[in-house]
Design a protein around this ligand. Structure first.
Ligand SMILES: [Zn+2]
Length: 84
């Protein structure tokens, strides 16, 4: 009873809202910021408000829908990078 590996209580498949740690978020600030955050281990702020330390390959995860919507709203002038 020491390994709770199947916590599904926070995942609601009906609305498509998944665990934010299993999504690729969009981070404003460019690839340099994300790379430094990954190497040095400091958190970054995603467009959707999720704060996290980039540690994984974003190609392995679906893009956060909220980040995507917000990015569409601000237009293409913002330098956003996918990070997970
Ligand atoms: Zn997001």
């Amino acid at each position: 009873m020491t390994a709770p590996t199947t916590d599904r209580s926070t995942v609601t498949e009906d609305t498509g809202v998944a665990d934010p740690t299993k999504l690729a978020h969009l981070v404003a600030g460019g690839i340099d910021l994300v790379m430094r955050a990954r190497v040095m281990g400091f958190p970054v702020n995603a467009l959707c408000g999720h704060i996290f330390i980039p540690q994984q390959n974003p190609d392995d995860f679906p893009v956060c829908q909220r980040c995507s919507e917000i990015n569409d709203g601000v237009g293409s002038g913002t330098d956003t990078v996918r990070a997970t």
